[in-house]
Design a binder for this molecule. Structure first.
Ligand SMILES: NC(=O)c1ccc[n+]([C@@H]2O[C@H](COP(=O)([O-])OP(=O)(O)OC[C@H]3O[C@@H](n4cnc5c(N)ncnc54)[C@H](OP(=O)(O)O)[C@@H]3O)[C@@H](O)[C@H]2O)c1
Length: 318
């Protein structure tokens, strides 16, 4: 089958090549991939740190072409969105039926491809914070894949949302349109804020330190990621209790271990199909153009999700 193959001798670190078809295990469905999405972690873990010859990609949407031998999961012909450790950027992928969700028949497969990682992470991280109705949530890296969904879902859940971006001038209107009532930047922008009940933190480094300081009593910061790749240095008294800030928590987080991934993916795909959440696809093209999307993501020029389609004619192999 055709697939994106890691090849560090190439300028982008990958090429379109040919690899053996995946062989599904008993609890796996075989899915013909129609569209896949690109995440920060796909680039860092699945390209930069991956060996030559591997097939990257965590999330893809498509159609079941062979149902799981154990009878679990949807039947042949069902449109699905899928999550797995790699192998999404390919014409076919074998997926555990616990890691896929059937999506509405008329759902846009490109939009569905953005759901598992970015939206699934935002949903699970917000669930980790707890109830949202009438509470106050801070989302850092709010223009990113996870952040954009976190802003929308927190608002949908009834929270008052403050969004953190490195460039409020450029991104402020977009983040307010997604549901943020306030847009600030770090360093410094959170200093004048009142206390928040929860933080979805995706940037790390000084932003992690600063956003932890905004937590009020019983607040929870969910440490999702470190897009900045910067170290976080806390002051010696950063974790001491202080008036109005007792009993705060930092929760580590790993989306693949979140509870009931498939149910969350199905709900999110329906919400995207209904228009309740906007996947914010900023780049969509055939997979032969994937290098451009990866460069934009690396350089913080993407401004939303990137979706590549795999069924365009004229793709050059090898
Ligand atoms: N724990 C898990 O299971 C899990 C799951 C998904 C993702 N993650 C991690 O969460 C983080 C965010 O993922 P994502 O997919 O949302 O990433 P993304 O799309 O690249 O977004 C990250 C955002 O962080 C902001 N940012 C601030 N400083 C940055 C810097 N120095 N370099 C790059 N971005 C910077 C950018 O917003 P502005 O330009 O507006 O400031 C950017 O939009 C990553 O570290 C990822 O690996 C973890």
């Amino acid at each position: 089958m055709r697939a994106i193959v890691v090849d560090h001798s190439m300028p982008d670190g990958f090429r379109i090549g040919t690899v053996p078809d995946p062989v599904p295990g008993p609890g796996q469905a075989l899915v013909a991939v129609k569209a896949f999405s690109v995440n920060n972690g796909d680039v860092v873990d699945n390209i930069d740190a991956a060996p030559d010859g591997s097939v990257p990609g965590w999330e893809a949407a498509g159609v079941v072409v062979q149902e799981a031998a154990d009878g679990s999961g949807p039947p042949v012909g069902a449109p699905v969105t899928t999550f797995g450790w790699n192998g999404a950027w390919a014409a076919l992928r074998a997926v555990d039926t616990t890691h896929l969700a059937e999506i509405p028949a008329d759902a846009d497969l490109g939009a569905a491809a953005t759901i598992p990682i970015a939206a699934g992470t935002a949903l699970a991280a917000l669930n980790r914070i707890g109830p949202l109705l009438g509470r106050r949530v801070l989302v850092t890296g709010a223009t990113g894949g996870v952040g954009r969904f976190a802003v929308q879902l927190a608002r949908l859940g009834g929270a008052d949302v403050t969004a953190v971006t490195g460039n409020p001038g450029r991104n402020g209107d977009m983040l307010r349109d997604l549901g943020a009532s306030e847009v600030v930047t770090t360093p410094g922008g959170t200093a004048a804020m009142g206390a928040v009940d929860g933080v979805v933190e995706t940037v790390g480094g000084p932003t992690l330190v600063e956003s932890f300081a905004t937590l009020g009593r019983d607040g929870t910061l969910v440490a999702v990621g470190s897009a900045s790749q910067k170290p976080a240095t806390f002051a010696p008294d950063a974790f001491l209790s202080r008036p109005g800030q007792d009993n705060r928590s930092i929760a580590t987080f790993f989306m693949p271990e979140a509870a009931d991934i498939a149910r969350g993916m199905g709900w999110l795909a329906q919400a995207a199909a209904d228009g309740r959440i906007d996947p914010g696809i900023a780049w969509c093209s055939g997979w032969e153009d994937l290098g451009d999307a990866v460069s934009r993501l690396r350089e913080r020029r993407l401004g939303g999700k990137a979706v590549a389609t795999v069924d365009l004619p004229g793709v050059q192999e090898d």
